[in-house]
Design a protein around this ligand. Structure first.
Ligand code: ZN
Length: 474
């Protein structure tokens, strides 16, 4: 038996004594789901997987990892898209799954906050809030599996960022286990607290590289009493911007969704999914899925109708249709939500999750597409996303009938063009999904040198031995 095996056996025995043997997973098959990411692009190896029940156990595991010179990979629902929640396989990693920490500790309708443990799913947080007539607004496709801890660690966005902000805007306080095992209890409910540095914001979006989020105080909102959803057809991205400006000015925070969809998006979804159909009689170059919500019973409908009439009048919109029933609303949302799958069925593509200042979006799309077409004349741009947040899924599809693997050989050149323009337009190389393993090198190349230096200084201060989620972000 080698030294390493003896070490592993000792470690596992110690962890089992600490957590109970059923909560230390060391069997190869049982470990597998924790070692591969959602899209099955990254698989690492780990010494074992541990499933602590509470914050004290997380702290004890962290101390044990320190004693053995090991690192921890914190994991929530493992639905991340950049390989941030699986081990890199350096031989020194333990995956720490927070799934058992799934209690709602408190719901306070007067302070309008809720205290939840890291392993509660986003759907469960929404449900618990709804029971008290409150809204927890963060919503994403994977919300049945994605956890609040993961959403905090990646500063998740979703479809209602326009009205409610990203996770950063929704967190009031945090409880975090630090790299040396200490517990920082920052679970205050205070709206106002000007006593120095904002520590919680260091951990939000740090992808588990600075500490392990074990619980959070999150904000709640009134549950809207009415909602209005419309699918609009437009001639250009420029018109979408005019419409957005009008909607923001008139609706303010009652404008909750503004999703830009290209013609190709509707076409491919309708082609591949029999439970969808063309939303409008004629075809349009662009579409916008727009949603309003209001605290009054008929407020949203009245607002949406007035606004859309106004936008048609001003020729920003060519056509539009309202969802009269809930089933119709679902029809509209399916057109948006099936887009990534429809794109996959159309063959090879090169993807980017980026943001630029909202007013620069039409110019950005035009410039980048022009340069990309100079490289590959018949490539098919598939650009969609959260226009209201300046966040685009800037995807590039292989020419019709082209050989996928030959097309993917252009990936580096395509990235180069997109990221060069991102820099010129003062945008970001990752708007939603984070850095993880996927964009680590790209971050080092593109981030402002001073900012990068500050990030490294913070990492050194909080995790000098690199025990937290190694090989991610920096
Ligand atoms: Zn998105």
């Amino acid at each position: 038996m080698s030294d390493r095996q003896v070490d592993r056996l000792t470690l596992i025995a110690e962890l089992k004594a600490l957590l109970g043997s059923s909560y230390v997973v060391d069997d190869t098959d049982a470990m597998a789901p924790y070692l591969t990411d959602w899209r099955k692009r990254f698989t690492g190896s780990a010494l074992c997987v541990v499933r602590p029940a509470n914050t004290e156990e997380v702290s004890a595991v962290m101390r044990l990892a320190c004693a053995h010179g090991l690192s921890l990979v914190p994991q929530g629902g493992n639905t991340g898209l950049v390989g941030g929640s699986v081990p890199v396989g350096n031989g020194h990693e333990i995956v720490l799954s927070l799934g058992r920490m799934n209690r709602v500790r408190d719901l306070d309708p007067i302070s309008d906050v809720m205290v939840v443990e890291a392993g509660v799913t986003l759907a469960a947080v929404q449900e618990a809030a709804l029971k008290e007539g409150r809204l927890f607004p963060l919503s994403l496709a994977s919300e049945g599996t994605a956890t609040i801890g993961g959403a905090i660690s990646t500063n998740a966005g979703g479809t209602a960022v326009l009205a409610y902000g990203t996770m950063r805007d929704l967190v009031v306080g945090l409880e975090v286990v630090l790299a040396d095992g200490r517990i920082w209890n920052g679970l205050g409910k205070l709206k106002k607290d000007n006593t120095g540095y904002d520590l919680k914001n260091l951990f939000i979006g740090s992808e588990g590289t600075l500490g392990i989020v074990t619980a959070a105080v999150v904000k709640l909102f009134p549950e809207p009493r009415s909602r209005a959803t419309a699918f609009c057809g437009l001639a250009s991205a420029e018109d979408a911007l005019h419409f957005l400006k009008l909607a923001k000015a008139e609706a303010g925070s009652e404008l909750t969704t503004f999703e830009l969809i290209p013609r190709l998006g509707v076409e491919w979804v309708v082609k591949h999914f029999p439970d969808t159909r063309e939303p409008l009689f004629f075809q349009h170059q662009w579409y916008v899925l727009v949603e309003f919500s209001s605290l009054t019973v008929d407020g949203a409908d009245a607002l949406a109708q007035r606004l859309i009439l106004d936008a048609i009048d001003k020729a920003y919109l060519e056509d539009s249709v309202f969802a009269v029933t809930l089933a119709q609303r679902d029809d509209f949302w399916r057109l948006r939500e099936y887009m990534p799958d429809a794109q996959t069925r159309e063959g090879a593509s090169i993807k980017h999750d980026i943001s630029v200042p909202v007013d620069a979006i039409p110019a950005f799309i035009e410039t980048v597409v022009q340069d990309l077409k100079a490289l590959i004349p018949d490539l098919r741009p598939f650009v969609f996303g959260h226009l209201g947040d300046g966040n685009l899924h800037f995807n590039v599809q292989a020419p019709e009938g082209a050989d996928g693997s030959a097309f993917l050989k252009h990936a580096d050149d395509v990235h180069e063009i997109v990221y060069r323009h991102i820099a010129a337009f003062h945008g970001s190389i990752s708007a939603e999904h984070g850095i993880g393993q996927v964009k680590r090198e790209r971050l080092a190349q593109t981030k402002d040198a001073v900012a990068l230096d500050l990030m490294r200084t913070i990492k050194m201060a909080l995790d000098p031995d690199g025990r937290l989620n190694p090989g991610k972000v920096l």
